[in-house]
Write a protein that binds this ligand. Structure first.
Ligand code: THU
Length: 156
């Protein structure tokens, strides 16, 4: 039995260090300064701590065709995927004043797809779980349960 094994031989994960929410919010504030928001003048920055300890950021990128605007969360999940994938352990989103901002409805869904079990978000009402922010979510497991096409672990 190795040191990583529990009393009955079950693997024990070392306790993950607590999330540094101030540092995560600061990353989001830095990302917010890169926002392209000439139409709304509402720059947004987002930052995520992944399960493996990496951090990724995103900012909103607007478009002359207003409806094509990318929220900060859109560019963030793109960065996760481009970086080889990963699961979000903690997420923070800020407005132009650097204050916590609630992710919009669509973006809660985007974040849900990439959540790690127990994912938490910095919200205007303090730290909340993904399940509190998007209860009764539709997600990949819904597709699995119904036998519809669900995501595969291996590359296509
Ligand atoms: N926005 C985000 O980037 N994330 C959200 O969760 C809410 C809204 C952006 C989109 C748009 O560029 C601006 O904020 C105003 O709606």
């Amino acid at each position: 039995m190795s040191r990583a094994d529990g009393p009955s031989g079950t693997a024990v994960r070392p306790a993950a260090a607590a999330v540094d929410w101030d540092a995560l919010a600061d990353l989001a504030r830095g990302a917010m300064r890169h926002a392209y928001a000439p139409y709304s003048r509402f720059p947004v920055g987002a930052a995520a701590l992944l399960e493996d300890g990496r951090t990724v950021v995103g900012c909103n990128v607007e478009n002359a065709s207003y409806g094509l605007t990318l929220c900060a969360e859109c560019t963030l999940v793109g960065q996760i995927q481009l970086g080889g994938g990963g699961r979000i352990r903690a997420f923070a989103c800020v407005d132009q004043h650097g204050d916590a901002l609630m992710p919009c409805g669509r973006c809660r869904q985007l974040l849900y797809e990439f959540r790690a079990p127990g994912m938490e978000l910095m919200t205007t009402r303090g730290v909340r779980s993904m399940d509190e922010v998007l209860p009764d979510a539709f997600g990949p497991e819904t597709l699995e349960d119904t036998g519809a096409k669900a995501p595969r672990e291996e590359a296509p």
